[in-house]
Design a protein around this ligand. Structure first.
Ligand code: DON
Length: 305
């Protein structure tokens, strides 16, 4: 078995200078409060060992990583029927692209671009009376942390500046691919994107995707083996938007990024991992985070390929 503790330490040393590259997201003004100097990483093995380095215990805004949680909850409720409303092909376009949605007549390419995540949130709202309470309960359960919370300042900040998401939601509604009200869907979406979690929380929360659908060894099953495989397939092909190919090429793991600078990824059968560094590249993915995961698969010799 690789010496994960030593490898994480080495990664942190190599990657620290990269925290100076990229830009901390400020299109959601409240995200700009996070210092670009932060770097944290947590690796959680399927036999229950946690390895951490740097700011792995500090909570940050997980943003689009939350789309994995809402997708899992929705698949648990409605199964494959969801895919009549949203595709499963890589977008090759930015996460908030309006043009692609128009070309494709209101059926988003995949559940991880913003339009697709809005459809997933809409489906979730249609099946749960208290969707946002349920999302919080679910995330607290799978992360093993009862103190995980929404960051209301981040949610409010996105609400006052979320004009592109409002445009996407309105276009979905105009194309009859939104069942609930535009405002209701946007509100729920901004809330789940605002979830504040640490790398340790995320590494635990993603464990079931490394464990073929089971939360921990001997724990509850959240997805069937086939559903877990499919979730990982969507993360591999769509988790990094127009940089999904680059991430697969450099890292070789299914994963999901957020504009808060977090990335969570899994190696099925072995471990889940989360990394955080706030400065992101043009595609919305953490610069230091991507390098850290590239080094992880290089130094351990472990990836899905
Ligand atoms: O909708 C947005 O723009 C944000 N709440 C989430 C975007 C995001 O995290 C994209 N990921 N890299």
């Amino acid at each position: 078995m690789p010496d994960y503790a030593a490898i994480l330490k080495e990664i942190a040393e190599v990657v620290r200078p990269l925290t100076a590259e990229g830009k901390v997201a400020d299109y959601i003004p409240e995200l700009a409060r996070f210092s670009r100097d932060k770097f944290g990483m947590a690796l959680y093995t399927t036999d229950g060992q946690m390895y951490t380095v740097g700011d792995a215990g500090e909570r940050f805004s997980i943003q689009s990583i939350s789309k994995v949680f809402t997708l899992v909850m929705t698949i648990r409720l409605v199964g494959e029927a969801l895919f009549s409303r949203v595709g499963k092909e890589p977008s090759g376009n930015p996460f908030n692209s309006l043009v692609q949605l128009e070309y494709e007549k209101g059926i988003p390419r995949n559940p991880f671009i913003n339009a697709g995540a809005l459809v997933v949130t809409d489906e979730l709202l249609s099946h749960t009376p208290d969707a946002m309470g349920d999302v919080l309960d679910f995330v607290r359960k799978i992360s093993g942390s009862p103190t995980v919370q929404y960051d209301l300042a981040v949610a409010a900040s996105e609400r006052s500046n979320g004009f592109t998401n409002a445009a996407l939601a309105n276009f979905l509604k105009a194309n009859h691919n939104l069942k609930n009200g535009v405002e209701e869907v946007l509100e729920a979406y901004f809330y789940h994107c605002s979830l504040a979690m640490s790398c340790e929380d995320l590494a635990r929360a993603f464990q079931f995707l490394a464990n073929h659908g089971v939360m921990e060894q001997g724990g509850p099953r959240l997805l069937s083996e086939s559903q877990a495989k499919r979730l990982n397939a969507i993360m591999l092909s769509c988790g990094f938007y127009d940089e999904a190919g680059e991430f697969a090429f450099r890292v070789g793991l299914p994963g999901k990024s957020g504009v808060g600078g977090g990335i969570a990824a899994v190696l099925p059968g072995k471990w889940s991992v989360a990394v955080w560094s706030p400065a992101i590249n043009r595609q919305g993915n953490s610069v230091a985070g991507m390098k850290a995961l590239e080094l992880l698969t290089t130094l351990t010799g472990e990836s899905i390929f």
